[in-house]
Design a binder for this molecule. Structure first.
Ligand code: ZN
Length: 322
């Protein structure tokens, strides 16, 4: 009996230890759910790279490098018999040259349109270089993004505006530029290809990355993603984070990303109501009380979580841009 009891105690002890080990493991990053290229055995020199999503439609990835992590910054290249449409650029001259080289390798067709789906510097900084290579391309943005780029002294090349919807037919390919609502920048656009059911979400979808909300509209972001999910889409392509993978995994990761945005909204409301302060991302004691659940280990969470919380507080306090 004694031996048995000892054995039983040892067994319980072992279970407790393995339980603790499991808890510790789940606190670590799951590489499959990380946007960090290092977790996938990749180096910055492995980029740029691109792959075919459907005939003549390419997802293009270069890098956004920080001291803590490196993830991809993505563009969409649509090739038609009457020219190329590019959705989102890259952030500087060197990366723009990478993009120009890719377009020229893929097709002799000239660049006809550039859709500015995100107005942030990492997606527009290389446009002067792109413009020099393809001087006749027409740049398209929303009014809100045009104003943002003017105010932030980013390259301002947009001469055409889409505030609701515009359909371009080029070489038999229909390309819909849609404003589904605000999310990441306030001027967010998406590009939808009805024939191949591809939607380039730009930064409305930052795959396996904690929602970056420095210029975000948290509650509206939720509604905007839901609108996209309600459409007939097979491929949801993110603005950051890997573009490859089976369509159902991309879809599931978008649903996960939406949950993370919803969690920012609900944790923001909960913590704001407790009086826990978060006046700025740098002064955000409330973040220590936040429960970010599985998203606590998302790529960039350490920096983005207090930023997102401060932004949500601004929304609650009615301080976001109208
Ligand atoms: Zn970005």
């Amino acid at each position: 009996m004694k031996t048995l009891r000892f054995a039983a105690t040892a067994l319980v002890g072992a279970l407790l230890i393995s339980g603790a080990a499991i808890a510790a493991d789940t606190a670590k990053v799951n590489p499959a759910k990380s946007a960090d290229i290092a977790h996938h055995g990749l180096k910055a020199t492995d980029f740029p790279r691109w792959h075919l999503l459907a005939p003549n439609i390419y997802a293009y990835e270069d890098t956004l490098i920080t001291p803590e992590f490196t993830f991809t910054t993505n563009s969409l290249i649509i090739v038609t018999t009457e020219g190329v449409v590019l959705v989102d650029g890259q952030d500087n001259e060197a990366r723009a040259n990478g993009l120009i080289g890719a377009i020229k390798k893929i097709t002799p067709q000239p660049l006809k349109y550039v859709v500015i789906a995100s107005d942030h510097g990492d997606h527009v900084g290389g446009f002067p270089t792109l413009k020099a290579a393809f001087p006749d391309a027409v740049y398209i943005s929303s009014t809100a993004s045009l104003k943002t780029m003017q105010g932030a002294k980013r390259p301002v090349l947009a001469t055409e505006i889409v505030d609701d919807k515009r359909s371009i037919k080029l070489g038999g390919t229909e390309i819909q530029i849609l404003n589904l609502g605000r999310g990441h920048t306030g001027g967010d656009l998406v590009v939808y290809l009805p024939a191949s059911k591809i939607m380039f979400m730009s930064e409305l979808f930052d795959r396996n990355i904690f929602p970056p909300m420095v210029t975000g509209h948290p509650s509206e972001w939720v509604a905007t993603v839901k609108k996209a999910q309600a459409m007939d889409v097979t491929w949801f392509i993110p603005g950051h984070g890997f573009t490859a993978g089976p369509p159902d995994v991309l879809k599931a990761d978008l649903a996960e990303f939406l949950k993370a945005v919803e969690l920012v909204v609900s944790e923001g409301k909960r913590l704001h109501a407790t009086g826990a302060p978060c006046p700025t991302e740098k002064d955000c004691p409330a973040n220590k009380q936040a429960n970010w659940g599985p998203y606590a280990n998302s790529t960039a969470a350490a920096g983005q979580a207090p930023r997102a919380l401060a932004r949500m507080y601004s929304e609650i306090d009615g301080k976001l841009p109208k």
